[in-house]
Design a protein around this ligand. Structure first.
Ligand code: LLP
Length: 420
């Protein structure tokens, strides 16, 4: 059930009205529903029941410790892309043995830290990275579990900035180079080849690209098998889309079922453990960005609602022209206008939504919907604006899971020049 619903004329998250949360915690503020996160997670978890599957949560979508903690308690694995994310997993009670380390530019320090922590596997993106991991593992007297991220050259049919499976992207090892890279990996003494990995993009709204990628990966698995390189797992990455406007992405369960069906048709398909790295589809619809209208203004033909959240809080519209639905928290009567919802940041690109027909007055509260993924995680301090507070609601309880940044903290690491 949708955790964000109108009751008595006010939008609620679970059992709490959003306007009272705005009073209590201020705006802008990210508000998440614990129930919505759990429901999304459990849909994956239940669909995986009876199959050897590790579902990892891709921290980059929303790395708040409370979100990690919640998912760790449910037995989730994690997908990380930096030592910072590894530290978050550890700080929130996640297990390194259920954590995979992805990313195209892992530094030597990051690799060392992950080896010492004992991550489940490194998703390796180049030959040079293989050599580096081998050397560092040797120095530490360990064997590093590795899986190669192959680039299946499949079009995910999504925004070019978030499409990663095409040949022209920087990600992964080209399909035709994969066998050579595996042979090299198998020959290195401090590596243990355990799996294969791909991730073709994000906000994918049909099953076909996932299955096309799986087919390409299975081709490689077979070719490797024929050469005596036997893998234990297949990681299909993340990328399942959510509904922002009128998209109709496949359900979480149907994606898993389609993958199981394909594997069942493969002669050795049942032998492999499956892994996924889902971010957006676990948290995206579980959060909103709450913001207040500071001013209404008209420039020529356009009507603007200037709100207290900006592109530094929610960057997706400015960066990808992404659509987030805008809803009045307490809708009221009055003439409607087509408003551009814009922030206070000094950039023309600082907009959150365009051409939305709403009845608005100064002081109104708005909810930018489906902001649980890549919202707070991509926020910045541009214009010396403190990051928003984050709140997680559980039934009729609201927990402050990240305090609003104080303005002093924004320059606390800086130093003036010496006197004189
Ligand atoms: N695994 C890898 C290797 C990834 O690169 C990503 C996302 C994921 C998993 C998780 O994908 P998801 O399930 O969340 O789609 N900032 C963009 C999205 C960038 C996604 C980057 N990689 C946005 O706001 O739409």
């Amino acid at each position: 059930m949708n955790a964000f619903q109108y009751r008595d004329g006010r939008m609620h998250v679970e059992d709490l009205p959003l306007d009272t949360l705005a009073e209590r915690f201020g705006t802008p503020c990210y508000v998440y529903s614990k129930r919505a996160i759990l429901e999304a997670w459990r849909e994956f978890h239940d669909a995986a029941a009876g199959h050897p599957v590790l579902i990892c949560y891709a921290l980059k979508a929303n790395s708040n410790l409370a979100v990690i903690d919640l998912l760790a308690r449910e037995g989730a694995g994690f997908d990380i892309v930096s030592a910072g994310e590894l530290r978050r997993v550890l700080a929130a009670g996640g297990k390194p043995s259920r954590t995979v380390f992805s990313g195209v530019g892992k530094s030597a320090d990051e690799i060392r830290e992950a080896l010492i922590a004992g991550v489940r596997c490194f998703n390796v993106e180049s030959q040079a990275e293989l050599e580096r991991i081998n050397q560092l593992a040797g120095e530490l007297g360990r064997r590093a579990p590795v899986s190669l991220r192959v680039n299946p050259d499949v079009d995910a049919g999504t925004h070019p900035y978030i499409s990663t499976g095409l040949r022209e992207n920087k990600f992964g090892i080209a399909h035709e180079d994969a066998i050579g890279a595996y042979q090299r990996a198998a020959s290195l003494p401090h590596l243990e080849v355990v799996g294969i990995d791909c991730h073709i993009g994000s906000q994918i709204t049909s099953l076909a690209p996932f299955i096309a990628a799986l087919d390409k990966v299975l081709e490689l698995v077979d070719a490797l098998h024929a050469r005596g390189i036997v893998l234990r797992h297949i990681d299909l990455g993340g990328g399942l889309g959510i509904r922002y406007a009128d998209e109709e992405p496949p359900s979480r369960a149907s994606l898993l079922e389609a993958v199981f069906k394909r594997l069942a048709a493969h002669p050795r398909g049942q032998r492999y453990e499956l892994m996924f790295e889902f971010g957006r589809s676990i948290v995206g619809n579980a959060g909103v960005l709450l913001t207040r209208v500071e001013y209404l203004k008209r420039n020529g033909e356009r009507h603007f609602a200037i709100v207290d959240a900006g592109m530094n809080d929610l960057m997706r519209p400015a960066l990808y022209e992404a659509h987030h639905e805008v809803r009045a928290v307490v809708p009221h009567e009055g003439p409607t206008q087509a408003f551009d919802i814009v922030g206070p940041v000094c950039e023309s690109g600082d907009w959150l939504a365009r051409d939305r027909r709403l009845a608005l007055k100064q002081g109104d509260l708005l909810a930018l919907m489906s902001a649980g993924a890549y919202g707070m995680a991509m926020s910045s301090n541009y214009n010396t604006r403190g990051r928003a507070a984050e709140v997680m609601v559980d039934g009729d309880q609201a927990h402050l899971i990240r305090e609003r940044e104080s303005l002093e903290s924004l320059f606390a690491l800086e130093h003036r020049l010496p006197a004189g």
